[in-house]
Design a protein around this ligand. Structure first.
Ligand code: ATP
Length: 461
């Protein structure tokens, strides 16, 4: 099989996602909503598999981790204390000619230094030196734009009812720190994990599910003694590298970007952005930051609560320091699909004829459908056997039963959605009580006894 290059990869992937039911434009029958996407049946499976695998690996798989599921709308004082109300801003510029809006730090050539969320003065020059990427027109001076999504809680729409949809999942882990500590009696070092929705009023959402205003994150706040931060930072960096491998990402698709001192958020002493080489450029996939004791200290001051940790051996009291690895769920889905997308020249006959097949080589642990059961014909004698096989396998695996269209077309569909195995029931099955199992990646077929299928797939997954 010869691999073909994949030009226009984003267009092809977006079209496949819509055609096969991974990801659809949201609210489509009403004309859509700006940059809103809905996960369809296969996309929801893939996304849930990624989240489940993350939880299993980092929460269930470790003795030093616990998970929480906090409210989306929290007391707005949290966002004051965390600095989000004053600092969670992006520099916005308008084009004087075509009236389009851009993030000043994304305009080339940008005017350094570029500190997002920094003080107002840092940005006065932002946007200068760059022209409108759309029409080449002159840009306005940049102004700070807060990305928090506001709403009102309760029936009164006045200032006292203003609340915010969380712009990150992280703050709940700081705010709940004391309660988690008391109820779990964990000792340092230990971490709190959470996965869930976050909302940001992004100036320039786009590139499919790369940047949206509503998205999901998986975050860990890992509490350590100050003297231990370096080794724990390295430990999490390695964990994140292993996770990228697990998603099927290759080393040459990734870049570990050490953020320079003058570009880091003011509370961070070290940050590495894990970047991916997307078809639209090299950009952030995940982040890893040493946040010092900044957050707990701030919440302690603002709330008056005692967020100290008492060392059980020495009785010493101190505020723990924090390493924060953070993963975007939607970007995880996007890179898994991008890396998995292959176009191959595949033989269709012994005479050397071939056709291009599209195959998603999604890691087996993450595929939406694990086994497809396909009777060669709709005739009852075959479909009865096939339906029974599907029923049995469904007890352990995610199975799709499909008897429509030609077998070739059904294989193509399963390749395109990344199903690792197709089980084909043919007329020989009536006599030898065996079926053909086709492998997605090699396209090799082997004969397997029907009674042995559960064991076969238990070994395979
Ligand atoms: P970027 O520089 O791309 O805006 P960020 O540095 O603001 O990202 P963080 O605040 O570190 O992002 O958020 C943690 C993770 O959440 C990111 O690494 C990314 O995977 C994901 N993420 C952030 N913003 C978005 C968004 N608007 N849409 C989808 N995922 C996002």
């Amino acid at each position: 099989m010869k691999e073909k290059n994949t030009e226009n990869l984003m267009d092809k992937l977006i079209s496949l996602c819509k055609r096969r039911g991974f990801i659809f434009p949201s609210s489509e029958i009403y004309g859509g909503i700006a940059n809103g996407w809905d996960y369809g049946p296969l996309g929801a499976e893939l996304k849930n598999n990624i989240k489940r695998a993350w939880w299993k690996r980092f929460v269930h798989g470790r003795d030093d981790m616990v998970g929480i599921d906090a409210a989306l709308i929290m007391n707005p004082k949290i966002w004051e204390a965390s600095g989000h109300l004053s600092h969670f801003t992006d520099p916005l510029v308008d084009c004087k000619k075509c009236k389009n809006r851009f993030r000043a730090d994304e305009i080339t050539p940008p005017t350094p230094p570029f500190v997002r969320g920094g003080k107002k003065d840092d940005f006065l020059e932002r946007g200068r030196g760059g022209v409108c990427p759309n029409c080449g027109g002159e840009l306005t001076q940049s102004r700070q734009f807060n990305m928090m999504l506001k709403t009102f809680l309760g029936p009164l729409e006045d200032e006292s009812a203003v609340v915010y949809f969380r712009p990150e999942t992280a703050q709940a882990m700081f705010v709940d720190f004391k309660q988690v500590l008391q109820t779990t009696r964990k000792k340092l070092p230990f971490g709190i994990a959470q996965a869930g929705k976050a909302f940001r009023n992004e100036i320039t959402p786009g590139n499919f599910i790369f940047r949206t205003r509503e998205f999901e994150q998986m975050e860990i706040e890992y509490f350590v003694k100050e003297k231990d931060w370096k080794k724990n930072f390295e430990m999490w960096l390695e964990e994140m590298k292993q996770w990228c491998k697990f998603l099927g990402l290759k080393d040459d698709e990734l870049y570990f970007h050490e953020i320079a001192d003058n570009e880091r958020a003011h509370y961070s002493k070290r940050t590495i952005d894990i970047e991916y080489k997307y078809p639209f450029g090299q950009k952030e996939l995940y982040g890893l930051a040493y946040r010092t004791d900044y957050d707990l200290q701030n919440h302690m001051k603002a709330s008056g609560a005692d967020l100290n940790y008492e060392d059980p051996a020495t009785k010493e009291k101190f505020v723990p320091h924090v390493i924060e690895p953070t993963w975007g769920v939607d970007r995880s889905v996007l890179v898994t699909l991008l890396s998995a997308y292959h176009e191959e020249e595949a033989p269709t006959s012994e005479k050397g004829e071939s056709e291009t097949r599209v195959v998603l080589k999604i890691p087996k642990a993450l595929v939406p459908i694990q086994v497809a059961v396909l009777p060669l014909s709709k005739k009852e004698e075959l479909s009865n056997i096939a339906k029974n096989i599907a029923k049995d396998l469904r007890e352990q695996f995610v199975v799709e039963y499909d008897e429509t269209q030609s077998i070739g077309r059904r294989y193509r569909r399963q390749d395109e959605i990344g199903t690792p195995y197709c089980v084909t029931v043919d007329f020989d099955s009536l006599n030898d009580l065996a079926v053909t199992v086709r492998d997605r990646d090699t396209m090799k077929q082997e004969r397997v006894q029907i009674a042995g299928l559960p064991e076969y797939f238990n070994k395979a997954f």
